[in-house]
Design a protein around this ligand. Structure first.
Ligand code: BGC
Length: 815
């Protein structure tokens, strides 16, 4: 242990005190030993440091910072150098705001297009997500502070996120849900990892020995700090045993006492605590080093420019019929759509950034070279129908050569804590598009949203530019793509299915009351559509350019693959070339192809470059559940180079010697997995894959409610008061939604409805403690007066304790 000497000087109480926050954002300090607090702040695409009132819901304003494009957007750049630069700039801003740990990037897999935080995550592919995350982490940590990769792991939905048990087979866990984390940890060398709220195969991730000890620490060699997600600690001692150093936010010392009691009773070895303290001290000391020198303000203008560059590389051109784009200079353009005036540029929740400035399309038109003949909002942002708005927009469209229609999802629809209800763009926007199409067929849609949407209206548009959530400088970047000042080079990091019903997890999302079963196994995103031959709207890896690229001369060696890439068009541009690998043996089920490498290459018109994509330890491996190890199957592999997952340009066969492991499965028992048609797997077949019976997915309504049951379960509580409260909450939600107070309504769902009872104590910073919660639960379970007396008695005790402890602490400090 590095800090043995220092730890030896600490009392048991002092050591335990370090294991949870001092307040909402800071760690505990021990003045007499020179241990300072360090500051943790969101977030993934810009700093959210709250100087005054603190919360994890994005409610209270934070200090202004650059709002870069969100992860879902950056992923479309497929550019790891850009990722590192963004990380570097985030790091500079973190320094200016005196942040020690930046709570990002988020790298959970996009298992389902409706998952509410998809805008905050990179991709449906672990390799791409891992590489981008690692690059961002390197950038952030180059400043001596820490990134914090989150949410570890298998946190792929918002619905009941603090209690849901995700049931995943071991191979899928390793190959799909953990690989991005593995890359972020081994290649990005993140100093901090945030555990997820959910359970994984029966144990909270923060207490999950298999995840936290066996994989994270023992296999991957992670020696940094694990912090809980805010309010996500369940059993503090179990978390500590699994290697959780820091519980956030503060519990006003309550869980420190649990640690002390466990040590005193012999249930926990002091050595375990010491190891956690040692690792936390390393994080504290290393991330405060940089602050020994005075820190400079960051250059707001320069950072805004980087946000624009990042957006320019991430915008995806999805359709360009009749070469409607780039817009010709002399064309008269009608600008239509509320998003042109009021851009949609980031998501809602804990990642929300208070931008240093915010560009909007209308203000940027003058410099763009576009000849605008006017603007009409055309629709109400939150879905209300308005014939008048449509008529006005059509009148303007009639006068134009080209209509630029800004469509998208509003910020209430894409929010942390809530999954989307459907994959549609609001109907009033689609109605507007249909009406516009009647009067002018030259329509270019600019889309702003952070996740895949259905587009049954696609035939009505000639051009489609997807800006995703492009950050504070995004609108200018989009204009530059529209005019051809920038040649688009973004490619989709997720598949766009034709209909939501086509998605592989359609039947198993967001799961039932207790659990969600990942029955589709490895087949998420393109791995499913491609293998099961399901047509999609836009495949993974797809994106158009104003130029064209030719692929020739593939050559495969044991080291990797080389090929020639030529810009065969008239304009300089960048191409994202993708390496996919498919195994020709059918002994072990697999997706038809999987992404194993990529390169973003700049080429002038007419230029040719030889591109090398090296193989690595992930190119041929699969996780064998019999040997419990990564293995290689001896077989011929197809080495494919593509412009997207569907558009494969070059193929070569390549033999790879295997590791000789026994076959892990009995083929006949897993027909859906071997055929890849895994969108509706029976429970029996899923259990065969898992190797055990799935737990009951319904709430046990006969049991009294406990710490880990959610407020929503009050609907069947014994106590009339609890049932009444449940109805009051649902009524308030519905009422607020109806009168248009949608973000407040969302807050009820996020912070009350799905909150487990323990969260009441964990998130109130000591105002309600666990003994008081016991009283609340008595009320919930039908013992109203006994419960109320208990709450009042415990509250009295708590106040008395504070009165005794505070003067004592003051005296100790003064001595
Ligand atoms: C989110 C985390 C975030 C934390 C602090 C949680 O609700 O899940 O991503 O870092 O709050 O704001």
């Amino acid at each position: 242990m590095k800090y043995r000497e220092l730890i030896n000087k600490m009392t048991l109480e002092e050591k335990a005190s370090l294991m949870s926050g001092k307040d909402f954002w800071q760690t505990m300090d021990i003045e007499r030993l020179g241990i300072n607090s360090i500051f943790l702040a969101d977030g993934p695409h810009g700093i959210r440091k709250q100087a005054a009132a603190a919360d994890h819901l994005g409610l209270n304003e934070s200090i202004p910072a650059t709002c870069y494009p969100t992860a879902a957007t950056i992923a479309n750049s497929w550019n790891v150098e850009l990722g590192e630069t963004i990380g570097d700039y985030l790091g500079k801003e973190a320094l200016a705001q005196k942040v020690n740990v930046l709570l990002g990037p988020g790298i959970n897999m996009k298992r389902n297009p409706l998952a509410g935080r998809n805008f905050e995550y990179f991709s449906e592919d672990p390799y791409l997500a891992g590489k981008l995350a690692a690059s961002m982490i390197r950038g952030i940590q180059s400043h001596g502070i820490s990134a914090c990769v989150k949410h570890f792991a298998v946190n792929n939905q918002e619905e009941r996120r603090m209690s849901i048990d995700t049931i995943v087979d071991e191979r899928t866990l390793r190959e799909i849900y953990l690989t991005a984390f593995e890359i972020a940890i081994k290649e990005g060398k993140t100093k901090t990892v945030m555990s997820a709220y959910n359970m994984l195969n029966g144990a909270y991730t923060n207490e999950n020995i298999h995840l936290m000890r066996e994989i994270l620490r023992d296999e991957w060699g992670f020696d940094g700090v694990v912090v809980t997600d805010w309010g996500g600690s369940n059993d503090r001692v179990a978390g500590l045993i699994a290697g959780n150093e820091l519980e956030m936010p503060t519990t006003a010392g309550e869980t420190n006492e649990e640690i002390i009691a466990a040590i005193k009773s012999g249930n926990l070895k002091e050595e375990v605590l010491d190891e956690c303290v040692d690792r936390l001290l390393e994080l504290i000391f290393t991330t405060e080093e940089v602050y020994k020198q005075p820190q400079r303000e960051f250059d707001v203008e320069e950072h805004h420019k980087l946000a624009q560059k990042a957006a320019e590389e991430s915008i995806v051109l999805l359709k360009n019929d009749d070469h409607i784009l780039p817009l010709q200079k002399d064309k008269k353009v009608a600008i239509i759509g509320d998003f042109a005036h009021n851009p949609r540029y980031q998501g809602a929740g804990s990642s929300i950034v208070n931008p240093t400035r915010l560009d909007n399309t209308l203000d940027s038109l003058n410099d763009s070279g576009i000849t605008s003949i006017g603007y009409e909002p055309g629709f109400d942002r939150y879905g209300k129908n308005s014939r008048k708005k449509i008529n006005k927009a059509c009148a303007l469209a009639k006068e134009a050569d080209v209509v630029l229609l800004y469509m998208g999802l509003d910020e209430v629809t894409e929010a942390e804590g809530l999954d989307r209800q459907n994959m549609k763009i609001p109907q009033n926007q689609v109605d507007l598009l249909s009406a516009l199409h009647e009067v002018n067929e030259n329509i270019v849609v600019v889309l702003s949203c952070g996740a895949a949407v259905e587009m049954p209206w696609i035939d009505k548009v000639k051009g489609l530019v997807h800006g995703y959530l492009a950050g504070q400088a995004g609108t200018k970047a989009i204009l530059r793509v529209l005019t051809g000042a920038v040649n688009p080079s973004g490619k989709l990091a997720e598949t766009y299915p034709l209909r939501y019903e086509d998605t592989p997890s359609y039947h198993n999302f967001p799961g039932k009351e207790v659990s969600v079963e990942y029955r589709e196994s490895l087949y998420i995103g393109y791995r499913y559509y491609d293998t099961a031959n399901v047509d999609v709207l836009f495949p993974f890896g797809f994106g158009l350019s104003y130029t064209s690229f030719e692929y020739t001369n593939i050559h495969v060696t044991t080291e990797g693959v080389t090929f020639n890439l030529t810009n065969s068009g008239e304009m300089a541009g960048m191409e994202v070339a993708q390496l996919y690998v498919g195994c020709q043996s059918t002994d072990i089920f697999r997706p038809k192809k999987e992404l194993k490498g990529f390169a973003k290459v700049f080429l002038n018109a007419g230029e040719t470059k030889t591109v090398l994509i090296p193989f690595d330890d992930k190119t041929f491996r699969y996780f064998n559940v019999k040997t419990n190890k990564w293995e290689i199957e001896e077989a011929e592999y197809e080495i494919m180079i593509g412009a997207s997952s569907e558009d494969i340009r070059l193929v070569e066969s390549h033999f790879v010697a295997g590791t000789g492991a026994p076959l892990p499965y009995e083929k006949v028992k897993l027909p859906s997995y071997y055929s890849g048609k895994a969108n509706n797997v029976s429970v029996e077949e899923f259990e065969e894959l898992l190797g055990y019976k799935v737990p009951d997915s319904k709430w046990d309504r006969t049991r009294p409610l406990g710490y880990n049951d959610t407020i929503a379960q009050c609907q069947y509580a014994k106590g009339a008061f609890a049932r009444f409260s449940f109805h009051a909450i649902t009524f308030a939600h519905r009422f607020l939604w109806k009168i248009g107070k949608r973000s407040t309504a969302n807050l009820i769902m996020m912070s009350v409805y799905h909150m487990p009872f323990r969260g009441v104590a964990r998130m109130t910073g000591g105002i309600i403690n666990m003994p008081m919660l016991d009283g609340i639960l008595m009320i919930v379970n039908g013992r109203f007066f006994k419960g109320l007396r208990h709450v009042l008695r415990e509250r009295k005790k708590m106040i008395k304790k504070i009165k005794v402890e505070q003067p004592l602490a003051r005296m100790e400090k003064e001595m």
